[in-house]
Design a protein around this ligand. Structure first.
Ligand SMILES: [Zn+2]
Length: 290
């Protein structure tokens, strides 16, 4: 590995999932989830030290999930990249980290799925080689939810040129994009689940194989505390009423089930089960293979 980050991986039936980390950043909770600070103590027993630091900062992970299903190699979210305005150290070797985790060239990625069109989920859609901007996954179909694309277009009030111009429009112009329904089936084992609210066309990813199941959250949640307190909203949620309703519906559907949650912004161990307890729902971290 070009870095010291250990890979987390999971087998969901016959599907293999690997987490490839770009960054883990400590973020003051009031910057990301404004109402969270006063509720940390109530949940500190299961949140600390992996999801919230001893200084009450959110440990925000930026990572991609590689999903191998049948003969299809899928990457879910492409992190920040090197050209964004986010205050993070450059991670120029991230494509090499991905390639090493995949065990083959990124030319063999079949599908890129961006859960939504924010800069920390589309950044490596394109990369620069010899001064030229080229697709990082040249042979992949890039899937975007129809709803998300429509609501992010240049005539929409949600249009963000700092995201669309470098990382999404070139993919469309090169003919590599497919606009899909929010419940699109990628393989017989991997399908999208509409989870709107953070953005209009936000999707999560449900993996079902051989009786086992996992859900990749996307930004439906930024911290596992939001499973215990679903009314806690990110400052970046587009519609907080809708994002709260989405979290409540997902909790109702999966609490006390064996569906493993893979948090798109959760620091290691990143995965857990939703369990009801005397104090409400909690996110129970699970054994993972390191
Ligand atoms: Zn995000």
């Amino acid at each position: 590995m070009g870095n010291d980050v250990k890979l987390l991986h999971w087998d969901i039936g016959a599907v293999k999932v690997v987490r490839v980390e770009e960054h883990v950043i400590p973020v003051p909770s009031d910057e990301l989830i404004p109402e969270m600070g006063k509720l940390i103590e109530k949940h500190s027993q299961w949140l600390k030290p992996w999801a919230v630091s001893e200084d009450d900062e959110i440990l925000l992970s930026i990572h991609s999930f590689l999903v191998m299903s049948e003969d299809t190699k899928i990457i879910v979210d492409t992190c920040i990249g090197v050209s964004s305005q986010m205050p993070v150290p450059p991670a120029e070797d991230f494509p090499e980290r991905l390639s090493e985790a995949l065990g083959t060239s990124l030319e063999n990625i079949d599908v890129v799925l961006c859960t939504h069109l924010h800069m920390d989920h589309v950044g490596w859609n394109m990369r620069e080689i010899n001064g030229e901007s080229v697709p990082t996954f040249p042979n992949a179909r890039y899937l975007f939810s129809k709803e998300e694309i429509e609501q992010s277009s240049s005539d929409s009030e949600n249009y963000d040129p700092t995201v669309m111009e470098p990382s999404v429009q070139p993919i469309i112009d090169l003919g590599l994009a497919d606009f899909v329904e929010s419940d699109h089936e990628i393989t017989s084992e991997v399908r999208l689940v509409p989870t709107p609210g953070h953005t209009p066309g936000h999707v999560s990813v449900l993996i079902s194989s051989e009786g086992e199941q996992a859900l990749i959250t996307g930004d439906m949640t930024h911290s596992p505390i939001q499973f215990a307190e679903p009314a806690l909203c990110s400052s970046f949620d587009w519609d907080t009423t809708m994002s709260t309703a989405t979290r409540k519906a997902i909790i109702d559907r999966f609490v006390d089930s064996e569906t493993l949650f893979l948090g798109t912004h959760f620091a290691p161990p990143t995965s857990g089960l939703l369990r009801s307890s005397e104090t409400g729902v909690l996110f129970s971290i699970s054994e993972t293979e390191l």
